[in-house]
Design a binder for this molecule. Structure first.
Ligand code: GLU
Length: 449
């Protein structure tokens, strides 16, 4: 593990002792602190004013009971979370994750990352995250609705367009946001569109929001390639996952000329050498709510489903982990490197382990972190908030052009900042430092609050 600047060691030790057992949160904090050595050397005021220590402690953490009734009449009890991390730049902003693995440590890692990601977009949004250990898999629409209504019956009092604006994440898409917005509207008797983002197009949602995280990921990779006068054209790409991020990353990679030969879910991966048939994948995942094994069956001889291997065994030029945290470890990257992969970019939040990131750096494989690569989702949420505030709707093309511009400027800002702080070409340093300095400067201006 790289050593931390001596001014940052006590901060990290305090994070470890105040947040026992929250390993993902520790990992996310450490990754940022590892980039901040040159920043505190150049600007000691950040260390002196305890900006970093303050940032590691959420402004507010809400944990609540979510009771609901199954179709068969059984009472279930889940736990709900909203961690409002930083409002230095704007209302808390970040998604809700519904997955059985959700506990405070996951929500805090996501919320912490969100602060810097949101700052990097250049838009006026603070950082927060929430969710529940509820598992939507196998639940009927009616059960999902009752859960979402119960979740919002507590959450509504903490959110609002000027306070905290949740959106989707793993397990939370248009269906869940619809049920939650409906309940919010009913309880408050107000049609406050700007309170949630990722809404449906007929009830206040924005064009491109559904596609934005995946599209932004592909745009970012295209920018990385452009710095070497290259493009996605003809590149073989592996995309892990098959949820919202993965599906739209595949779509944009294909539109930009690349070919995605594999994707996955928690049961295994599908290898489709001729290129994933996206219409079929969308039908299986979004309409039938099926698995990638169903895609492989429907695709016939073209594709094979592998349940006992690793998707990173599939040879590719570019790997886009778009499933979940810590899904790509040093064994996976060793295979990618052996097979000639030259770019790894994080579509999911923190999918590459710290060891694996170091292995990639040692092998000179270009790596870009989630804070930069997947920021297109939350950036387009901020565009949705703009449209809601002005009671306007923008066209698909206009919104997509705005997204592409934002991704280009995030990319360029990362490289400029990395240069400025002595780590040329290092996207991790660039993203962390650039996001951090924007938040830190606002915190210094706003006083000790
Ligand atoms: N959950 C997404 C993320 O990780 C989007 C959050 C949002 O749109 O607020 O950035």
């Amino acid at each position: 593990m790289p050593v931390l600047d001596e001014r940052l060691v006590p901060i990290f030790e305090e994070v470890l002792s105040r947040n026992p057992g929250e390993t993902e949160f520790h990992q996310a904090v450490r990754e940022v602190l590892e980039s901040l050595g040159p920043v505190v050397s150049k600007h000691p005021q950040y260390a002196d004013s305890a900006v970093i220590r303050r940032l590691c402690e959420p402004e507010r953490q809400i944990i609540f009971r979510v009771p609901w009734v199954t179709d068969s009449g059984k009472i279930e009890v889940n736990r709900g979370f909203r961690v409002e991390f930083s409002s230095a730049l704007g209302p808390y902003k970040g998604g809700l994750r519904f997955h059985p693995s959700v506990y405070l440590g996951i929500v805090k890692f996501l919320g912490f990352e969100q602060i810097f990601k949101n700052a990097l977009t250049g838009l006026p949004i603070g950082g927060g995250k929430g969710g529940s250990d509820f598992d939507p898999k196998g639940r009927t629409d009616a059960e999902v609705m009752r859960f979402c209504q119960s979740f919002m019956t507590e959450l509504y009092r903490h959110i609002g367009e000027y306070t905290d604006v949740p959106a989707g994440d793993i397990g939370v898409g248009g269906r869940e946001l619809g049920y939650m917005f409906g309940q919010y509207k009913r309880i408050t008797n107000r049609y406050e569109s700007g309170t949630l983002t990722g809404k449906g197009l007929s009830w206040g949602g924005a064009q491109v929001r559904t596609e934005a995280t995946g599209y932004g990921t592909a745009f970012f990779v295209n920018e990385m390639l452009r710095t070497e006068q290259d493009s996605l054209d003809g590149k073989k790409v592996v995309v892990s996952g098959s949820g919202n991020v993965a599906i739209y990353a595949i779509e944009k990679v294909h539109q930009l000329g690349g070919i995605v030969v594999a994707c996955s879910d928690s049961a295994g991966y599908v290898h489709d050498p001729a290129g994933i048939d996206l219409e079929l994948l969308k039908e299986v995942k979004n309409v039938q709510r099926g698995r990638v094994s169903d895609y492989a069956v429907a695709r016939g001889n073209q594709a094979s489903f592998v349940s006992d291997g690793s998707i990173w065994d599939v040879p590719c030029d570019i790997a886009l982990p778009c499933a979940t945290q810590n899904e790509l470890d040093s064994i996976g990257v060793a295979t990618l490197i052996r097979n000639g992969c030259c770019i790894v970019a994080e579509g999911a939040n923190m999918p590459v382990t710290p060891d694996a990131i170091r292995t990639l750096a040692d092998a000179n494989v270009r790596f870009a972190p989630a804070k930069a690569v997947n920021a297109g989702g939350v950036a387009t949420s901020a565009l949705e908030m703009q449209q809601n505030a002005s009671r306007d709707t923008w066209t698909f093309d206009y919104t997509q052009n705005r997204l592409a511009e934002i991704m280009r400027s995030i990319h360029d800002r990362c490289l400029e900042t990395a240069d400025e702080y002595g780590s040329p070409g290092n996207y991790v340093a660039g993203a962390n430092i650039s996001g951090f300095t924007r938040v830190a400067d606002s915190m210094l201006a706003l006083g000790v609050i």
